[in-house]
Design a protein around this ligand. Sequence first.
Ligand code: AMP
Length: 187
Amino acid sequence: MSELNIFLGPPGAGKGTQALKIATEFGLAHISTGDMLREHVSSGTELGNIAKSLLDEGKLVPDELVIKMLLERLNIEDCKNGAILDGFPRTLPQAKSLESLDKEFPVARVFVFEVNEDELVKRILLRGEMTGRSDDTKDSIKVRFEVYKQDTQPLVDFYNEKNLVNVIDAVGEVEDIYNSISRYFKL
Ligand code: AMP
């Protein structure tokens, strides 16, 4: 049995930074569907060609494609000790796809990252300047916030009903936020 830990939150909330730290410290696989899709785009695979314009515009890649990519990733050896899902699920059908894996890959914890919108915009624009990430632009940010509210935020209720949610105040020092998450892995 390999437990899944879901990091849920709007773009710019710091999920990737924290997921990397937690995965390294606790020997878990770090699965970022955004990173995986960006790799497909840069290597020009069929999936990458479909995903490119959607990523740039801030829209979601179709569920069936992302679900297939994720399921294949979970079969890789490094997931046997468990994994952090960073950016998946983002829609109700994606969340439901995990329910069917419950015996092998149960969802153990869900962390909901909370950051106010002004701070998010500041962080994303700064990241865009530093990394050149093509969707970290003003136009795309607006779409990504809308998509988050409409498609992803309902997952908080979905997982609340299962009593799996831990809310994380994700404003402040990286180390303090890390400590507020890591304590759940030491229980
Ligand atoms: P992220 O790096 O998690 O912010 O994701 C960047 C972009 O990749 C998103 O804006 C979507 O276009 C796409 N993406 C990442 N994860 C998913 C997902 N679970 N479902 C659909 N699209 C995704």
